[in-house]
Ligand binder design. Sequence first.
Ligand code: CAA
Length: 271
Amino acid sequence: MKVFVVGAGVMGSGIGQVFAMAGNQVTLYDVREDALRKAREGIAWSLNKLREKGVVKDPEETLGRISFSNSLECGGSDLVIEAVFEDLKVKGEVLREVSAKTKGVIATNTSSLPITELSTFVKRPERFLGMHFFNPPVLMKLVEVIRGEKTSDETFQFGLRVVSSLGKYPLPVRKDVFGFVVNRVLFRLFTAGCSLLALYTPEQIDYVAMNRLGMPMGLIMLLDYTGLDVNYNIAKEASRRGFEFQCPPLEERVKQGKLGAKSGEGFYNWS
Ligand code: CAA
């Protein structure tokens, strides 16, 4: 299958890698040359790591299935996956452009925005769905497959089959609500964790999350890991829509340029 991934950030590059590992031909697109360079380096690092673990046989061959491109020519792709910044306007512009160029299925990797809302930007909403991967896409097994009001049966079933073909577990989401299933749960947990930051250190809160709640990574560390800017944007959108995801210390850090793991500092020091 020919897969075109729009956006070579952490999610886009991870998604591209997952599809290449399953034998697909992938084009990873970004306008920023440095993003493409970082994506190639990150994927090469990850494939080598996975070879050490016996998950990938030939990292070079797998990397060879990915082309890195700054041209949005996605016509001829069987599937286009949009993985740009989590913002309705930004995603809308990209989806409109992509939809004018391809007749293939378009999936969005939005982590919270309803598919029905995003579908207003595409020409063929029946061939549009949500495919929500988790960070890091290469290691996380679950993928939410979300059906918008206009997504056809055929497209939804195609999405479920594609995710299974990657060796992942597709979670069918038929109620197209803000945050879907996973993030609706996470919003509550983040809100609880953040409210304790005035009283406890991130390490103490995360110790409880990991050792009492059994999470693989603490709540505050997870905010850093997935990006404070990403979470800040989601929190703003959530409260605009009347959902509970409050974390006042996020704003303060984002304004100081502390974006978590990717910038070297967030609630933790990552450098
Ligand atoms: N590719 C290949 N290998 C990787 C990797 C990658 N992308 N990332 C980490 N690894 C490797 C590490 O290098 C390490 O290798 P070694 O054993 O050789 O040292 C190994 O995987 C284990 O990693 P760590 O020792 O760092 O730590 P870990 O055992 O905790 O595993 C983790 C890492 C899988 C990320 C785990 O901490 C985890 O599951 N964290 C929670 C992640 C999560 O919940 N993600 C969802 C967030 S919500 C979201 O994404 C969506 C949203 O909507 C915002």
